[in-house]
Design a protein around this ligand. Structure first.
Ligand SMILES: Nc1ncnc2c1ncn2[C@@H]1O[C@H](COP(=O)(O)OP(=O)(O)OP(=O)(O)O)[C@@H](O)[C@H]1O
Ligand SMILES: [Mg+2]
Length: 236
């Protein structure tokens, strides 16, 4: 087997909001093509970690390296061009735009031709998107909106897909459908970093993970090694 290449690494990552330290010295890494999960309860710092990786919150300490380049002070737009995309917490689809327009918005960095090819692939792979391409995203179910948010992030064919609480508020059926969509992404060889409070379905998708509590990592390792603590965080 080829040796794993490191895609993302954080070292000593610290995020503060005024006097609140949301993340304290976080060390994580994601290899190419790998799925990594960060499990944590409400307020653990999951979104702060995701936002720090895409550059939506300033880093108060530590560093972020993507494909060997220090991106700690790189703009969000530049990071998006480098191949880091997110489906944010709460999905945040453009409710008044169609599914197709939401997907087009995700491909703003691409040429028209590349973008059309990418959307063609997404429509073929996820038939719901094709069937409802002209429906306004605001009229869709939570699970369908999650699919649109993931598709929007995928249009640009990122190297690293971030999913901030993809299962939040979804029915068991929609969680299963979203999980299947994430498996398709994995088969494409993309790396995925998932943050979740719902440890059980998230752990099924990952090979490795971290347990985050009150801004610090409590455990890291293979899914088998973190499972017990991760599941207990769910009930805090
Ligand atoms: N913009 C902000 N201003 C001040 N404090 C914030 C801000 N955003 C987050 N916090 C605080 O930082 C800590 C971590 O919040 P964060 O949103 O990263 O956690 P989370 O794990 O994503 O939680 P949730 O499960 O509710 O989404 C919390 O104490 C939160 O109140
Ligand atoms: Mg959050």
């Amino acid at each position: 087997m080829a040796e794993a290449t490191e895609l993302l690494r954080s070292e000593g990552l610290t995020v503060r909001y005024g006097g609140i330290e949301a993340l304290r010295g976080i060390d994580i890494y994601v290899n190419s093509g790998e799925t990594v999960v960060v499990v944590g309860a409400n307020g653990a710092g999951k979104s702060s970690l995701m936002k720090a990786v895409i550059g939506m919150v300033p880093v108060a300490g530590g560093s972020l390296v993507f494909e060997g380049q220090n991106i700690t002070s790189t703009s969000t737009a530049k990071r998006a061009k480098m191949g880091i995309r997110i489906s944010p917490e709460g999905r945040r689809v453009f409710a008044n735009l169609t599914i197709e327009a939401n997907m087009l918005a995700g491909g703003y960095t691409m040429s028209t031709k590349e973008r059309a090819a990418s959307m063609e692939w997404l429509f073929d792979t996820f038939p719901m998107l094709a069937d409802r391409r002209n429906a306004k995203a605001g009229t869709l179910s939570g699970g369908q909106q999650q699919m649109v948010a993931i598709a929007r992030a995928l249009t640009a064919r990122p190297k690293l897909l971030l999913l901030d609480e993809p299962f939040l508020g979804l029915s068991p059926v929609a969680i299963a459908e979203t999980s299947n969509a994430i498996r398709v992404v994995q088969e494409q060889g993309m790396a995925v970093l998932i943050s979740e409070q719902m440890a059980r379905p998230a752990l099924k998708l990952a090979s490795r993970g971290y347990v985050l509590r009150s801004g610090s990592l409590r455990r890291s390792g293979a899914v088998a090694e973190i499972r017990e603590l991760a599941l207990s965080e769910d009930y805090l």
